[in-house]
Design a protein around this ligand. Structure first.
Ligand code: FES
Ligand code: FES
Length: 152
């Protein structure tokens, strides 16, 4: 075990875990931030997507030892009242079906729009490519991202 100081959703946390512990388990098990989901565990499904210094990363494959002083944002910290443009568009377009993949989808979409406020269909496809939805909500996701882009 080792002590790590990490910044999550604007707050500093000290955690005592093994160096190879994935960030996902620190978020879920140590910090009780269970909005970030476990899907494949091998960086293939996107369910565990969080932001690291604003970039979408897979928390299941990110050892805590490499986080350092980078800022982590989870779905719980994306906005204060769930009113980020992407979250509002998700509601407007009724995107989720079972909901399991959706925190990861929203975090990928929010990161994309922070870096490119007017993405083309191809750019959306590329940015969202690593987020799998078993319920097949892709059409609504695409529509919601375009609508959120207008609010960014
Ligand atoms: S759980 Fe991390 S990508 Fe699937
Ligand atoms: S909404 Fe069910 S997996 Fe995406």
């Amino acid at each position: 075990m080792a002590l790590y100081n990490i910044k999550v959703n604007g707050s500093q946390h000290q955690v005592d875990v093994d160096p190879d512990t994935p960030l996902l388990w620190v978020l879920r098990d140590t910090l009780d931030l269970v909005g970030t989901k476990f899907g494949c565990g091998v960086a293939q499904c996107g369910a565990c997507t969080v932001h690291m210094d604003g970039n979408a990363v897979r928390a299941c494959s990110m050892p805590i030892a490499v986080v350092g002083d980078k800022e982590i944002t989870t779905i719980e910290g994306l906005s204060k009242d769930g009113d980020h443009p992407v979250q509002k568009a998700w509601l407007d377009h009724d995107v989720p079906q079972c909901g399991y993949c959706q925190a990861g989808q929203i975090m990928s979409a929010a990161s994309l729009l922070a870096q490119n406020s007017n993405p083309s269909d191809a750019e959306i496809r590329r940015a969202m490519n690593g987020n799998i939805c078993r319920c097949g909500t892709y059409t609504r996701i695409n529509r919601a991202i375009k609508s959120a882009a207008k609010e960014m």
